[in-house]
Design a protein around this ligand. Structure first.
Ligand code: FMN
Length: 332
């Protein structure tokens, strides 16, 4: 029987198959089911930077209000203690998950500025998280902010967090950098132990009759894995930090392709939300069978065998491919 054992973020894992952040990993029962079904690690739902700022604003406002009327009230704050903070929920969930599961638990932070994270990231570490995934989900529509400013801020955020922690930090990024390979290098230099590729960006849809924009969260399809897969294949030979694949894992072949590109681990959300935690067993069994049938002793043997420099036609990953691809389309 081939071994699926691997290492991610220095953590020994029983397989390269992770459950990424979603409402499913926010429930203790579902976490148990995911572990039973074979998930090698789980990423908990993100705590958002905006939540931290709101909570701080609330507490500051409350402190000011009480300080003005009764100086001694600082010691009591009855209303403030009734206000259960979302960050407290997140820490409690993390503590419970750690107490319940035997597999590594990765906490997730979502934001792109360094303010506020330092203290909370330390609390996460103290609560026992095995690692942190920092999601830099960001859409910059401000014409006065350049990509250089955004990149510098993101890198400072990463180094600000990694410097104060002893647990590893993975950085979940979008695919829209003008110079992805350079950013990957700089994220590694800033202390990222892994890149999680890529965030799926959610766009609003329009209702053309009512002329309203609506929120729409569709699940992914396998087709969407081609972009992260090709970047993983490019970066695998350039960087030594870990690469985690997220987006579009629905079939066993999707997992195999990501590993061949060079992913250390392959994460799943949409397929688990669609089919339930038991889908993880199907993934694990399917991967084991495929390795066995194809003569591999370990899943690690697959890693990077299709990275850019190992394929016969590396130009497929480059601009030359674009020109050939367009001209290869039948003209009539
Ligand atoms: C309902 C839902 C909630 C999610 N919540 C989070 C989250 O809290 N933090 C995060 O980093 N990603 C979150 N994601 C993104 C997933 O972790 C994952 O990266 C993305 O769905 C792509 O993987 P998939 O194709 O397997 O769905 C969420 C996705 C969905 C569908």
């Amino acid at each position: 029987m081939p071994s699926l054992n691997t290492t991610y973020l220095t953590l020994p894992l029983s397989s390269p198959l992770l459950a990424s952040a979603s409402p499913m990993t926010g429930k203790l029962d579902a976490l148990r089911q995911l572990e039973d079904a074979g998930a090698a690690a789980v990423v908990l739902p993100s705590v958002f930077e905006e939540q931290l700022h709101q909570e701080k604003a609330f507490m500051d406002h409350f402190l000011d209000a009480n300080t003005e009327s009764h100086a001694e009230a600082r010691d009591f704050f009855p209303d403030a203690t009734l206000y259960t903070r979302q960050t407290d929920h997140a820490l409690e969930h993390l503590t419970q998950a750690k107490a319940t599961l035997g597999i590594p638990v990765i906490a997730s932070l979502n934001g792109s500025t360094r303010e506020g994270w330092g203290h909370f990231a330390k609390q996460i570490e103290d609560a026992g998280a095995d690692a942190i995934e920092l999601n830099l989900y960001e859409i910059s529509a401000d014409p006065n902010i350049s990509s250089a400013e955004i990149e510098t801020r993101q890198l400072e955020t990463v180094s600000g967090i990694t410097q104060n922690l002893s647990i590893p930090v993975a950085v979940k990024i979008g695919s829209h950098y003008a110079a992805m390979a350079n950013m990957a290098k700089r994220f590694e230099e800033a202390g990222a132990a892994a890149l999680v590729m890529f965030n799926r960006f959610y766009q609003p849809d329009f209702d053309i009759t009512s002329r309203t924009a609506s929120r729409k969260l569709g699940l992914s399809s396998s087709r969407e894995m081609l972009l992260p897969m090709s970047w993983i294949a490019i970066l695998r030979g350039q960087r030594s930090l870990d690469l985690a694949a997220t987006t579009g894992v629905h079939e066993i072949t999707d997992i195999i392709k990501y590993l061949m590109a060079g992913a250390n681990v392959v994460c799943s959300t949409s397929a688990l939300l669609k089919h339930g935690p038991a889908k993880m067993t199907e993934f694990k069994t399917g991967l084991t069978h495929w390795l066995e049938e194809n003569g591999y002793n370990t899943a690690d043997e697959l890693r990077g065998c299709m990275r850019r420099e190992f394929v016969d036609n590396p130009e497929l990953f480059e601009r030359a491919n674009y020109i050939k691809l367009l001209s290869s389309y039948p003209s009539s």
